[in-house]
Design a protein around this ligand. Sequence first.
Ligand code: ARG
Length: 463
Amino acid sequence: MKKLWGGRFSKNTDKLVEDFHSSISFDKRLYYWDIQGSIAHARMLGDAGIIPKEDSRKIIEGLEEILEEIEAGQVEFDLSAEDIHMNVEVLLIKKIGDTGKKLHTGRSRNDQVALDTRLYLRAEIETIQGLLQELLNTLLDLAEKHLETVMPGYTHLQRAQPITFAHHLMAYFQMFVRDRERLADCCKRLNYSPLGSGALAGTTFPLNREQVAQELGFAGITMNSLDGVSDRDYVIEFTSCASIIMMHLSRFCEELIFWSSQEVQFIDLDDAYSTGSSIMPQKKNPDVAELVRGKTGRVYGNLMAILTVMKGLPLAYNKDMQEDKEGLFDTVDTLKKSLLVFSPMLATMKVNKENMLAASKGGFTNATDLADYLVKKGLPFRDAHEVVGKLVAYCLSKNTSLDDLTLEELQGFSPLIKEDVYQEISVYTCVNKRNIPGGPAPEQVKLAIEAGRKTIKSFSNQG
Ligand code: ARG
């Protein structure tokens, strides 16, 4: 097929080169946005009198038909037409004849691809925000049920202090709220139309850039034609937002895997979200959680890839930048699939409250509280720390816990300890007394859940 840019060439493109540089196999995914962008451009060309109104109308009708045909699966894209932009143009010329050749007036594929990617990303961000919203709601519903479910909190994966399961879940809630905000922020920055930047230096045609931007729902236009075609910071910013979300999901997955182990048994993942072993009949594996954790790696990889592609590029467009797409699409797909499966996996898991409680009673999670008790009785904290340290060592040698020592045994370490100690170091007291904003006391977590519901509502209002 004759190339749309074939005028100055006397030889055909080598077959290997055609294969190598063609992007249609993956950028065909942009067809919808490419056509929307072309429709807005064609309308503006007509309105501004750059092409006859009648031609503009014909082009728009042709593009609308092509869109329908693609959606009906009737279109075979052509590898030799390189990319989605030229494929659509070829289809248009085939459909409406020479008038179709006027579509590309005052435009370059360089500003076209930047436009398409921004439009695509804006729509995908909205979908991802919806999926995050579902996850946030799932977390709130689950937290509401577990305000009083005591579990051990960990540092260094060693039992540290008692908290509640609701408190633990709400920690993730806060992370995913920030992730949602980060995406909104990324979207705000990318929502400017680069069309009119041309290949790099704008165009001599009096394009109405604002009209195109408005028709496509942008907040405005990019302010420098070189910048409009040369940066991919929106791809990088989105991929880094996605990496952070995957990192949060991955940490959560690690905990689900730990909690569902035979050794811990805090939760049972639903059969529908686990898989078996082909050889060991007894196995039920947390594969979904492991896969989300594993897929985090490829999203980080995509981020490193695009950062590296961009780092040495002179202004303005370079073909290297075509390498932004596969990683971006893979990031979008991976993130969406991970979020989609994550919320129902959480919502369907069984929480073993008794095991959480038993674990929080072992491991001396109330040791700090015993030290605080002694401080309230007048002992300086550092001395109290020492006394409780010795008590813990004593318990370890007797294979018992602080609560199970007799009053005489306790008083052997400090005469300040009285009968009221047992009440003071029960795990329930330990949790309830941490009644400080942001703390695990049920009263505080309830407030956090209420605030969380309001936050989600405000997201919905923003759209
Ligand atoms: N397929 C190209 C890309 O994704 C479109 C822009 C091509 N521009 C050019 N002058 N070769 O980057």
